[in-house]
Ligand binder design. Structure first.
Ligand code: UDP
Ligand code: MG
Length: 329
């Protein structure tokens, strides 16, 4: 395969995958043999089986293998994040260690990337996973596509190919690895997708049941907050506040009208308590949103006046995402 990419870093999170690792390395080195300079970074995420010693052996036998070990299990997002920080390649490819992702697909991912994308994600059209997991995952993907506005079929396949800039800008923690394409898309990167071959797990067992996808819906809220509403928290919290406050207000108006028109006492009606509760929660939503706005305001440097240290006649090029995506710390 012809590619203009000069160097590739493959990042693989590993948690108790002792029976797959040697086979994976064999498949990977076969798939990458015609590709340019590459390194394979295994992140051992606190495995308690023999993965650690197998990875050490692989690193000793092959100079292209880099192995990083966590003292305990920190989760896939942390493992990927460490891999991204270590990666030296111009392009980074991630895949699972359990042989479900097919390394033969890597050249096709690179080809798609070269069409002008910053991130290419794999779509496991014929997913080889248990029935329940397949279907909860479909629901998860549809909701994520709808909420984030990125029309992908499969957000969570680990097999992905990224330009270096993308991985250096992603901040992954918790379970955010499930939303990588959405996080990149919101930073202004071009995201593409190709159909790939997916395989059944041959050894060991999955670390994630279908319940994890349901938890993923909560993570979706986090993603919304850190992408769409990071700079305008009042818009995120103000809407439920407005709805709650307005319903509470209407209820109280209705009860006041009843009282004035002589329809009996209203002091002991449950509806009154509901009205008051809704107004108070509306006010609370608003106050928290306003506090958020104050924090954003206080920590936001003026993005349009970065310091210039170059000569007056030299061209000034400012990386837009660096400037506009100043994070709140
Ligand atoms: N993994 C990890 N840390 C964890 C859980 C999983 O590094 O805490 C790795 C695991 O070894 C595998 C990949 O993440 O390489 C995906 O895990 P798994 O195959 O269990 O997920 P599934 O394919 O079932 O969604
Ligand atoms: Mg798997």
């Amino acid at each position: 395969m012809k590619t203009t990419v000069k160097s590739i870093s493959i990042v693989i999170p590993v948690y108790n995958e002792e029976d797959s690792l040697r086979e994976l390395w064999k498949e990977l080195s076969a798939a990458l043999k015609n590709l340019p300079l590459y390194e394979v970074i295994f992140i051992n995420d606190g495995s308690t089986d023999h993965s650690s010693s197998i990875l050490t052996e692989l690193a000793q036998e092959n100079p292209k293998v880099v192995c990083i070990a966590f003292r305990k299990n920190f989760g896939k997002s942390e493992a990927l994040s460490t891999g991204f920080r270590t990666a030296a390649g111009e392009v980074v490819v991630t895949l699972d260690a359990d042989l479900q992702d097919d390394p033969q697909e890597i050249p096709r991912l690179l080809q798609k990337l070269e069409e002008g994308y910053d991130l290419v994600s794999a779509w496991r059209e014929k997913r080889r996973d248990p029935f329940l997991k397949k279907h909860t995952s479909k629901l998860f993907n549809c909701t994520t596509a709808l909420v984030t506005g990125l029309p992908l079929h499969d957000f969570n396949c680990c097999l992905k190919c990224y330009r270096r800039d993308v991985v250096k800008e992603l901040k992954l923690y918790g379970q955010l690895h499930r939303f990588i394409p959405a996080l990149a898309y919101w930073k202004g990167f071009r995201v593409g997708e190709i159909k790939v071959n997916h395989r059944e797990r041959r050894h060991g067992k999955t670390k994630y049941g279908p319940a994890r996808y349901l938890e993923g819906f909560l993570d979706l809220l986090t993603v919304l907050l850190v992408t769409k509403y990071l700079k305008r928290p009042l818009h995120f919290l103000g809407r439920p506040g407005l709805v709650s406050g307005a319903i509470g207000f209407l209820i109280c108006v209705y009860l006041t009208v009843l009282w004035f028109t002589g329809h009996g006492p209203i002091g002991n009606r449950p509806l009154l308590f509901l009205g008051i509760l809704l107004i108070l929660s509306g006010i609370q939503f608003f106050c928290v949103g306003l506090l958020g706005e104050l924090i954003v305001h206080a920590s936001h440097e003026n993005p349009l006046s970065p310091e210039r240290s170059c000569e007056m006649d030299a061209p000034v090029v400012i990386n837009q995402s660096e400037v506009l995506d100043t994070e709140i710390t």
